[in-house]
Design a protein around this ligand. Sequence first.
Ligand SMILES: Cc1ncc(COP(=O)(O)O)c(C=O)c1O
Length: 493
Amino acid sequence: MTKRAAIPKQGQDKEELYRTLEQYKANDTDWHAGKVFSLVYHAGDEHLAFLKRAHNLFFSENGLNPMAFKSLKRMEAEVVQMTASMLHGGPETVGTMTSGGTESILLAVKTARDRARKLKPWIKEPEVVVPTTVHVAFDKAAHYFDVKLRYAKVTPDLVADVDDMRKLVGPNTILIVGSAPQYPHGMIDPIADIGALAEEKGIPFHVDACVGGFILPWIEKLGYRIPTFDFRVPGVTSISADVHKYGYAAKGASTILYRDMSFLKYQFFVSTDWSGGIYASPSMPGTRSGGAIAAAWAALMAMGEDGYLDHARRAMNAARALREGIATIPELEVLGEPPATIVTYGSRDKKVGIYVVGDRLEAMGWTVDRQQKPECIHCTITSNHEPVIADYVEALREAVAFVKAHPEERGKGNAAMYGMMAKVPFRGMVKHSVEKVMEQMYGPNALADLEAATSGESSGPLLKALSKYGGVALGVLDRWDELRARFGRGGRG
Ligand SMILES: Cc1ncc(COP(=O)(O)O)c(C=O)c1O
């Protein structure tokens, strides 16, 4: 076992420590230069410096106790109200801030479950109807809160198939979900139709606008055709929208909104018997970062409508440039017709494995988000990408040419590993393999294993065995895929 980290006996020199931090940071991906998609939403250095000041001012304050920090309660209420107005909520629309999209989604599901427990106590096995493209945080919520997800198919256009949703809605359904847009391909589900279904059945309907909430309203104002997705749709009862995405706030800031208090009240947690006193909490954490709340408030106020419109316009230009650039590379194609700023592309040429293209892009310094079913690469485009899209398209062109010239690359490195991960039919074994990687990454030897685990070199027993056989294994899995396609095995679950 390697030496483990321990708190130093004596405190260390702060300047030296700061330099160490800078060194650590220097090895991370360069998001500032627009080489990262979806993890960082950057609205320029001046905005960033301002956010840091706002965050710093409330660095130590704690949103846990609104009596002690009335400032935070006030800012949270204003963030919620500003978001509700943007999403066309009515005077009764209420909500809370949360630490991020996942927490907002966990709360939407927990709230629906607790509401059903009260209003429909006969439901013993609650179910949530979602499209297969819904964010994985719903899967997490189902896992945490013991509800079952019923997955509806998506149409060939990659939007929720409402007829299939209708078939899945039943006596145990406590919530229906649609996305605006969904993360994997950026498509907006038919929210109006799902809303009508939800209304007809008398079931709450959550719109996951975590990624779209702070950009779709501005895109619509710019004159693009965006299907109505917010509280204007009568059946919509709750919406999640992340300020730390296209709201360009600091990390740790999302909102969960409900049509009125008759829903939100099921989100609260109150304990009256704890020896520490009466305890009431609106969301999942105890301590809540004052900095994140203040920075979210400051971002909304500093941007204003004009700022958001400007960033939305630039992000849309960049997304269009990317779609047009991809269209000039015959081996590639954009999936669906994404109406906003997420662009996902795959290969239409059997000789061009998209994961090998991904490896090549990575070698050129771009961060790559690989997806599966079908295999593709995801890009969430922001205004910060506007200046680099031309370079990205050229890198893509180069990568495709390289892949065609080097067919052997398919059976190597990350391409082989992700290719197998996506194709191995025994999903339980893939899960087991990934769990092993997690155990390693968070295990007692985490420091020694960090490089292997985070570089994808370490992939657990199944994939290790498979990668020994590289291209051969992929060939077998390709054949398996073809057979499955021929004998038609439908969606998830
Ligand atoms: C549609 C959608 N929902 C939920 C989330 C989860 O958000 P977070 O990563 O802030 O938890 C994301 C993240 O990209 C998303 O795109």
